[in-house]
Design a protein around this ligand. Structure first.
Ligand SMILES: [Zn+2]
Length: 333
């Protein structure tokens, strides 16, 4: 039995983990919003009178089913906000990503959902997650369809492994400069330690929203995986406050320290079963490697560090052939 089924959870957390928006949806409806449930695990709350100056915000959690901290954070935020629903200052789409995997207490059922937000899915097309990605793409595209110019998508995750930066974010390079500056400022508000500017899609949900919906989008990694109901929510205080401020349209709080900014130096792709990495899954994110150090080998191909220093993010030699086994980044700001 998973924690989501075991009771003892705050009702709001239990409901969101089960993709049940019943109580929250009704409170927003009662407050006069246009509320829709475009797909299981998706709640859309819009002002009834269209206003192009109103920001449109997508918040997604549980795209990886075992990353439960953000589910708890968002459940508490939505619960509080829905009780004072008039304070909602944005059009909002909430997405609970891999509902079946959350229920099962697993990262995914067949394959990583956060690699499927691209038209060509190859060997992933038959996975259970493929249909879910289609439903999320359809709802997200429809949500942004009549949105004004201010568009956000924050996809909230927790990292598999420890990190030199406990919180960090991936931001697509192609986000428009003004929106990117606002996004980076918000990430500073949320006390995110590092930002990786990403030049290329790995098939993630946030990259899709940036590329196809014009959203200032980011995959935000918030510390460690934990069991639903047992996460230390004090670790999420800064991001929780920053999210609340975004949803209520509050003025920005002072930023303690601006995030460090990195760009991608190399993407390490696993091309064959001969792929061997110089480190294992236990390697911390942002571990530093010196120039010429071997990163991985794949048959005759050897990947080495090209800059004076590169840091490894998301090292995972166990991914399927054809997928990204790690990113090498360098600091630029
Ligand atoms: Zn994740």
């Amino acid at each position: 039995m998973t924690a989501a089924q075991s009771g003892g959870l705050p009702p709001a957390v239990q409901a969101l983990a089960q993709a049940d928006f019943g109580a929250v949806a009704q409170l927003f409806r009662d407050a006069g919003f246009a509320v829709a449930l475009p797909a299981p695990g998706m709640l859309q709350v819009k002002a009834t009178v269209h206003d192009a100056s109103r920001p449109s915000v997508v918040l997604s959690v549980g795209v990886h089913g075992d990353e439960t901290g953000p589910i708890e954070v968002l459940a508490h935020l939505l619960d509080a906000l829905s009780r004072n629903a008039f304070a909602l200052a944005v059009d909002l789409l909430v997405c609970v990503g891999n509902v079946d995997a959350i229920r099962a207490g697993k990262r995914f059922i067949d394959a990583d959902l956060n690699r499927m937000f691209r038209p060509v899915r190859g060997s992933l097309a038959q996975a259970a997650e493929s249909a879910r990605a289609d439903a999320m793409i359809a709802a997200t595209t429809a949500f942004f369809g009549d949105a004004g110019p201010v568009r956000w998508h924050l996809d909230l995750h927790t990292a598999i492994r420890p990190s030199v930066y406990p919180t960090f974010a991936i931001v697509p390079d192609l986000v428009e400069e003004g929106a990117k500056a606002a996004l980076i400022a918000w990430l500073g508000q949320a006390a995110i330690g590092a930002i990786i500017m990403n030049p290329q899609s790995a098939g993630t949900y946030s990259y899709y929203s940036a590329e196809h919906c014009g959203a200032a989008a980011s995959t935000v990694e918030l510390g460690r995986i934990g069991v639903l109901g047992q996460n230390d929510l004090s670790l999420f205080d800064d991001v929780s406050q920053a999210l609340d401020g975004l949803l209520r349209g509050l003025p920005a709080r002072p930023v303690k320290e601006s995030p460090h900014v990195f760009k991608v130096a190399q993407e390490i792709i696993k091309h064959s079963d001969d792929f061997r990495m110089a480190f294992d899954r236990g390697t911390h994110n942002f571990t530093s490697l010196p120039q010429h150090a071997v990163i991985a080998s794949d048959g005759d191909t050897v990947y080495t560090v090209r800059h004076a220093e590169e840091l490894v993010v998301f090292p995972n030699p166990d991914v399927r052939v054809g997928l990204r086994a790690g990113l090498m980044v360098v600091r630029v700001a």
